[in-house]
Design a protein around this ligand. Structure first.
Ligand code: TXA
Ligand code: MG
Length: 348
């Protein structure tokens, strides 16, 4: 398939004009990649089952993994769900548009392909100006998973999208890189108290500040008790780089020591070994491909860089990656969750 590449840096008159062709493609049942404030999304008309099927084909995604439906105004949600729970209204008022996805009971309008076998649908109103204008111009809700091949790190830069999906979708809208870098917070509003299924930029503390009690799915808290699940054999293919990634735990000096001896004991070319460090620690290493996630004092910067760094190790042909563990707190929960998943919960 020949993919149209559309570059839009500003949403001025020219930028809006460039959105017309991809918006028309969505109306015609085709797939279009578009930027959001989290990661790029691979979109299609959420109300058109044939269009939605094309998303799964383009990504190579297992057909039973449900998609997020993106809207460009709160009013559009009414038609997609049976009802909006009072607490969901509170969240929409507090955090939309933005990186928060709400799961509610789906209406008849949602085809089974969007959330196969479930009676719920995930809905998000992104804040990225191009995403909003694009959905509005398409004139329909847009189903979109992250625009990576299934199992690869989510795309935070245009080049990642081109790497994974050029030739597999009708069009790709490229823009400035997303500001957040990790996918949205997903919260199940069909239960009370609501349950966070995936942590993201909207933190637990922020959710609790407006809702009171909010629970966290055991899939996420598994991260908080990692020693219980030290199980390298477990098959998690999410976000994985091609090289083997392990998270190195311990006190700061211990982490550094473990990584150094790991590098020394790796008998092949040290350039095949990667170290995912921080601005504060990267100078302490001498051998291997050393990349910094950013400053430990700036978890947002680290979140923005994670997927991009994993892809850089791939590009450099790194076969084994040691990642320094990241202290867990409210601000780092999403980052730690993605790092551990990428490592398949492998720790040393
Ligand atoms: O930031 C984001 O959320 C990005 C951008 C493109 O909006 N999208 C994204 O989509 O990350 P995806 O498909 O990669 O992740 C959606 C997550 C998956 O873990 C999926 O299982 C979950 O949301 N999900 C979607 N619908 C659901 C439902 N009805 N019930 C439970 N989980 C659902
Ligand atoms: Mg994804």
């Amino acid at each position: 398939m020949k993919t149209q590449i559309i570059d839009i840096q500003n949403l001025d008159a020219e930028g809006l004009k460039r959105l017309e062709a991809p918006a028309a493609l969505i109306r015609n049942g085709e797939t279009v990649v578009f930027p959001t404030e989290t990661v790029y999304g691979l979109g299609a008309n959420a109300l058109d089952p044939e269009a939605v099927k094309k998303i799964f084909i383009a990504k190579g995604r297992p057909g039973d993994n449900p998609l997020i439906v993106h809207v460009s105004e709160i009013e559009a949600v009414d038609a997609l769900v049976t009802h909006i729970p009072a607490k969901a209204k509170i969240l929409m008022a507090a955090f939309w548009p933005g990186p928060l996805t709400l799961i509610m009971e789906k209406s008849e309008l949602i085809p089974d392909e969007v959330s196969p076998g479930l009676d719920t649908v995930a809905v998000r109103f992104p804040s990225h100006d191009i995403a909003r204008a694009f959905i509005e111009m398409a004139g329909c809700p847009v189903a979109a998973p992250s625009a990576n091949l299934s199992g690869r790190p989510s795309p935070t830069e245009g080049k990642h999208v081109l790497e994974d999906l050029n030739g597999r979708v009708a069009a790709i809208i490229l823009s400035a890189d997303g500001e957040l870098g990790l996918e949205s917070t997903v919260i199940d509003m069909t239960v009370d108290p609501p349950v966070v299924l995936r942590p993201g930029d909207v933190t637990l503390a922020e959710l609790r500040s407006v809702l009171g009690e909010v629970l966290v799915s055991s899939n996420v808290t598994r991260n908080i008790l990692p020693d219980k699940v030290r199980s390298p054999g477990m098959k998690y293919t999410h976000y994985s780089p091609k090289g083997e990634l392990v998270v190195v735990k311990g006190k700061p000096a211990e982490i550094c020591q473990k990584i150094k001896s790991g590098v020394d004991n790796f008998h092949e070319n040290p350039m095949k070994i990667g170290i995912l460090a921080s601005d504060e620690t990267m100078e302490t290493y001498r051998k291997g491909i050393i990349l910094s996630l950013g400053s430990c004092d700036n978890p947002k910067e680290m979140a923005r860089n994670l997927f991009s760094r994993l892809r850089t190790f791939d590009e450099l042909g790194v076969e084994k990656i040691y990642a320094e563990d990241i202290p867990l707190n409210n601000e780092t929960l999403a980052l730690v969750n993605r790092l551990y998943k990428a490592a398949g919960y492998t720790f040393i």
